[in-house]
Design a protein around this ligand. Structure first.
Ligand code: IMP
Length: 338
């Protein structure tokens, strides 16, 4: 079986996703316990205890979620769809722990000026960052205020330099891989998430481009998060993994003797205006209780991965990661059986 470095994997003839890959330890580990590795990263000027950020979706990132993620050493991005932004603008500065908010292409200088008093990271929340409208908006925002700007989304690194030239500080990587996303079905656009992340990271490295990479979409488990980081992403962005927790906006629904919460795509029927194109679905996810449990499981999984790989830090993991490409039967064998 061939072991691939990141460079080699990026020349693999097929597009790959997390389920196609496995991390392969190649050294005797010096790590005694999974409490030893450090999962800390620096992202857009902030120290995060764990490289996890929430997707700015209306069924994921409200004020409670963002505050709780901050408390847990992660980063929440307040969604732009419900009343959260308005509520956020009217909370007192003293209580505010929210560091990032999503905005649309229509957001004007006045609204941004209110947001700037409360936080210094803005996410221009669009489906396609490789678009003149997005680049112009990014330039405009940068000319008005000193926000750190996240743009998205892209599926390869071909246009990375143009994003940076427009002032982008971070980019969401992934088109078509989100768990409620129908973009690929509707449009035929999008490649495997692992290949997307890898291509962007490799282009960044080869061309010495300064931009943070967010692996966005398709992360279903702590192991997928470990793989995304090993591929070179600076942080992972989660939708479904955080959906259904106590801190998400929305009611708990009792159905068939089970508890559920709604989870829907930002381009789904429920969010979009009448007549707009639909590229997302709406579903129910089982109620998970406190988001802290999800974050702990990701932290534990990542620490354990670092320990297997003989790495004390995520940076070390990114240096020495070796990957196997799994056959479909190998992938299936890895799943627990009923
Ligand atoms: P998940 O973690 O796999 O559920 O993916 C979350 C990501 O899916 C988000 O961060 C967005 O990039 C993407 N996404 C959210 N809503 C939609 C949609 O309606 N259509 C397509 N992609 C979406």
């Amino acid at each position: 079986m061939k072991l691939y470095t990141r460079e080699e994997l990026n020349t693999y003839p097929l597009s790959l996703t997390y389920d196609d890959l496995s991390l392969v330890p190649t050294e005797i580990s010096r790590i005694k316990s999974r409490t030893e590795p450090v999962t800390k990263v620096r992202f857009l000027g902030y120290d995060l205890g764990l490289p996890v950020i929430s997707s700015p979706m209306d069924t994921v990132s409200g004020i409670n979620m963002c505050n709780e993620l901050d408390r847990l050493g992660c980063l929440g991005i307040l969604n732009r769809f419900d009343s959260s932004l308005k509520e956020f603008s009217s909370t007192s500065l003293k209580d505010n722990k929210i560091k990032a908010a999503a905005v649309s292409l229509k957001t004007d200088e006045e609204l941004l000026s209110g947001i700037r008093e409360k936080c210094d990271i803005i996410c221009i929340d669009t489906a396609n960052a490789s678009n003149n409208e997005v680049l112009s908006k990014c330039e405009e925002i940068k000319s008005w205020f000193d926000f750190k700007v996240i743009v998205g989304n892209i599926a390869n690194g071909l246009m990375l330099q143009q994003l940076v030239d427009a002032g982008a500080d971070a980019v969401r990587v992934g088109i078509g891989g989100g768990s409620v996303c129908t973009t690929s079905i509707q449009t035929g656009i999008g490649i495997g998430q692992a290949s997307s992340v890898l291509d962007v990271v490799q282009q960044r490295q080869e061309k010495k481009i300064n931009i943070s990479v967010i692996a966005d979409g398709g992360i279903k488990s702590p192991g997928d998060a470990a793989k995304a980081l090993a591929l070179g992403a600076d942080v992972v962005m989660l939708g479904r993994m955080l959906a259904g927790t106590k801190e998400t906006p929305g009611e708990i629904i009792k159905y068939n003797d089970q508890l559920w919460k709604k989870y829907r795509g930002s381009a789904s029927f429920g969010v979009k205006m009448k007549g707009e194109f639909i590229e997302g679905e709406e579903t129910m996810v089982a109620y998970k209780g406190a988001v802290g449990n999800v974050i702990n499981s990701i932290s534990d999984g990542l620490r354990s991965a670092l320990s297997y790989m003989n790495c004390m830090t995520i940076a070390e993991l990114q240096q020495k990661a070796a990957f196997a490409v799994l056959s479909n039967s190998s992938f299936l064998e890895r799943l627990p059986k009923k």
